[in-house]
Design a protein around this ligand. Structure first.
Ligand SMILES: [Mn+2]
Length: 178
């Protein structure tokens, strides 16, 4: 998560291709680019990251920008980092909106167009991003009565595949100040 002061926050999950040190190096380089250019639009951030990762293995990456004033959330994903907004429903936690992921690899093969989508993040909503090292049934671990970091820990400890790096990002909208 990168802070944009009062205006918003940029969330991102970057999964370097493969695993181990070379994968981590690609991800670290993308993080540096995002930190330096955090105020840029998501498609620009994706292109800048693609350039910066050109001599690495590349990465899957989803970015999500939350604008505090409007609670609008824009997201853009290339490769397999699943991202959704989870809300409480009478029958339990459910995904209200899911980011459309574009095929490709950041640093190697970026899609020709990079359309972001915009949704609304409501108070209580949980933004959840998981890498493909997390098993698909991880939704079973989500207990919205717990703090976001505990939910992330629960998913990571119970649903990580043994053969891949696994990453989880969970962030909750706690409402706006009156
Ligand atoms: Mn992976």
């Amino acid at each position: 998560m990168l802070d944009l002061g009062d205006s918003g926050a940029l969330f991102g999950l970057i999964d370097g291709l493969g695993h181990g040190l070379a994968a981590a190096a690609a991800a670290e380089r993308a993080v540096a680019v995002l930190a330096e250019n955090r105020a840029e639009p998501l498609d620009v951030l994706m292109v800048l990251s693609d350039h910066a990762l050109a001599d690495t293995r590349g990465a899957a990456m989803t970015l999500a920008m939350l604008y505090f004033g409007t609670s609008e959330l824009s997201w853009l994903g290339v490769g397999n980092v699943s991202t959704c907004l989870i809300e409480a429903t009478p029958t339990g936690p459910a995904a209200r909106d899911t980011a459309l992921l574009l095929g490709g690899i950041v640093g190697y093969r970026l899609p020709a167009t990079l359309p972001s989508q915009t949704t609304k993040m409501r108070p209580g909503d949980l933004l959840l991003m998981v890498s493909d090292g997390i098993l698909a049934d991880h939704g079973d671990a989500i207990d919205l009565s717990k703090p976001a970091h505990v939910i992330a820990d629960d998913i990571l400890s119970g649903y990580a595949k043994e053969i891949d790096d696994a990453f989880v990002l969970a962030a909750r909208h706690r409402g706006t100040k009156q």
